[in-house]
Design a protein around this ligand. Sequence first.
Ligand code: HEC
Ligand code: HEC
Ligand code: HEC
Ligand code: HEC
Ligand code: HEC
Ligand code: HEC
Ligand code: HEC
Length: 403
Amino acid sequence: MKKTKILFAVVVLTVLFVNCTNKSDEYTDPRGTDYAGSESCIECHQPQYEMASHSSHFKATAPAIPENVLGDFDSKNHVFIYDKNTKLVMEKRNDSLYQVLYKNGKEVEAHRFEIVFGTKHAQTSVYWRSNNTYELPLSYYNSIHNWATSPGFPADKPYFDRQVIKDCYACHSSNISSKSVNQSSEEKNFMSMDVEDVINKKTIVYGIDCERCHGPAKKHAEFHLKNPNVKAANSIVSYKSLNRQQKLDACALCHAGNDGMKLKSRFDFKPGDNLSDYYRDTKSITDTANFDVHGNQFRLMAQSKCFVNSDKMDCITCHNPHQNASPNLASYSKICMTCHQGIEHKATTLKMMPAKLLADNCVECHMPKKSSNAITFQLSNSKALSKYILRTHRIGIYPAAKK
Ligand code: HEC
Ligand code: HEC
Ligand code: HEC
Ligand code: HEC
Ligand code: HEC
Ligand code: HEC
Ligand code: HEC
């Protein structure tokens, strides 16, 4: 009798103890208790997780640990010369990476890589200064396998004061919280009642994760953990139930430029919401001839006859939302052919490229690569601006192809 009582007590205590440790180990998402975090999706959605966790979306921002940072820190390609007395050097010190400014051979200032943006074409980094992030003057570009000025930065003198504002994170991360505080009393003057945004580091959810696209999913995950026999999705927005505009809006949120008039934060967007409740079109958006190939896939695609004259084209027509854009151009030809079977090109076109080759290269002629007007950069010791080249999403007939 006594033995069973003791045993019972031990069991109760063990259960309590295990529960307690579980509680403290439990992941709490900075977005709040409605969110479960991507790791919790693995056990039921392994394929989607495997794909998405390797995608550029997941890496759109990341902590600047050496594994995540592109570029050379010790070979010949790690020095940028501004003038004969001034250079910026990429340096590894212990486990941290820095951009270090030297004047006449003397170190003047050093800023640590803290957060990286991007991996595919380019990577830019930021450092922390008084609870805000500032862009480092040099970025890494895959097209030249080298460092060059961050977009819009000068090549004749280093510049450390470009704040990377919350807007950047709203397209490149899944959460970041900031609050407005009055400036410290020394800085305050009577004429301006300046308030400054300060970012809470601990609230950053790096990259574009599952719940950034699918909305909060804690309830969904908990339901299915408790009800393993239920096979139909519970407590989650289904993309299948959305209309075409809602599906487009879920991608256009971050792929339709950044010049609308802001009504609500992008961070508040959930699938099924209307983008028109977040951004109002402004004059620059009606300037349709000048849409940039960078960051504006939606509006370019929306100008194509394919989009206008068919009622089904959206981003998912050509992209798996959990994977990067396929580099295999022939795979897109197959998609073109679902709507353009039996397409016959003129003899002059076929002279440029034989029919067999043409069949695999629709994209090369009809979605050609174009240089961005928004993004340019300069190499060390060079006055010339280098171009940033992306494929246009305005599907059409281009003069280069006509020649
Ligand atoms: C305990 C298992 C379980 C966990 C954990 C889980 N899900 Fe699910 N989920 C399901 C089941 C079951 C379905 C329905 C069958 C299917 O579509 O795979 C589903 C379906 C979905 C769908 C498709 C909905 C539709 O109808 O189109 C999405 C999106 C989704 N889950 C997202 C998530 C995300 C994001 C997480 C992590 C935060 C997550 N799930 C965690 C079990 C789970
Ligand atoms: C919260 C903002 C956001 C949303 C929502 C979003 N994207 Fe993106 N997307 C980005 C950013 C930022 C990048 C660039 C990431 C990088 O390279 O650092 C990107 C990159 C991509 C790429 C290129 C990836 C590669 O490396 O080839 C594709 C394709 C893409 N997005 C498609 C989509 C589609 C389709 C949707 C809708 C289902 C969508 N995106 C929704 C922000 C977003
Ligand atoms: C860039 C936005 C985006 C991200 C990030 C994303 N999804 Fe999805 N997901 C979608 C879209 C859009 C669909 C609908 C695809 C369709 O209709 O073909 C989808 C469909 C799904 C489905 C339904 C089955 C399927 O594969 O079509 C599941 C399950 C799912 N996602 C889980 C996840 C999980 C888990 C993660 C994180 C590891 C994740 N998603 C990340 C946009 C995203
Ligand atoms: C409106 C959404 C949006 C905003 C705001 C935005 N970006 Fe992006 N950014 C994108 C998208 C989408 C891509 C990838 C596709 C492209 O270049 O068209 C991208 C690409 C990039 C890349 C190249 C990524 C790669 O893998 O090649 C870098 C670096 C970058 N952005 C940094 C920034 C910084 C820094 C800011 C703020 C100054 C910023 N972005 C603001 C949407 C945005
Ligand atoms: C969802 C169906 C659909 C898909 C997918 C599609 N198109 Fe189209 N496309 C159309 C329709 C509809 C038109 C308009 C035909 C018309 O008005 O006579 C069109 C028109 C065109 C035109 C003529 C454009 C002009 O300005 O005169 C070209 C070129 C074209 N498509 C190429 C492509 C290529 C290349 C792809 C693949 C990358 C593709 N399309 C994918 C439906 C589609
Ligand atoms: C008709 C097919 C088609 C449709 C529809 C389409 N894309 Fe693409 N997308 C492509 C092709 C082709 C590429 C270039 C692949 C390459 O060159 O490696 C691409 C590349 C991209 C990239 C990477 C840019 C780069 O150069 O790295 C992004 C981002 C992207 N698409 C976003 C979108 C978004 C968002 C939508 C919906 C608004 C969309 N796409 C609709 C065919 C399409
Ligand atoms: C070598 C460049 C090139 C390639 C590759 C190419 N096209 Fe074209 N395409 C053209 C040119 C130039 C025209 C306009 C003259 C013509 O019709 O031949 C055209 C016209 C078209 C049109 C409009 C025809 C009309 O009557 O309005 C469509 C649709 C089209 N192409 C689809 C495709 C598809 C689908 C593929 C891939 C199977 C493809 N093209 C591959 C250059 C190309």
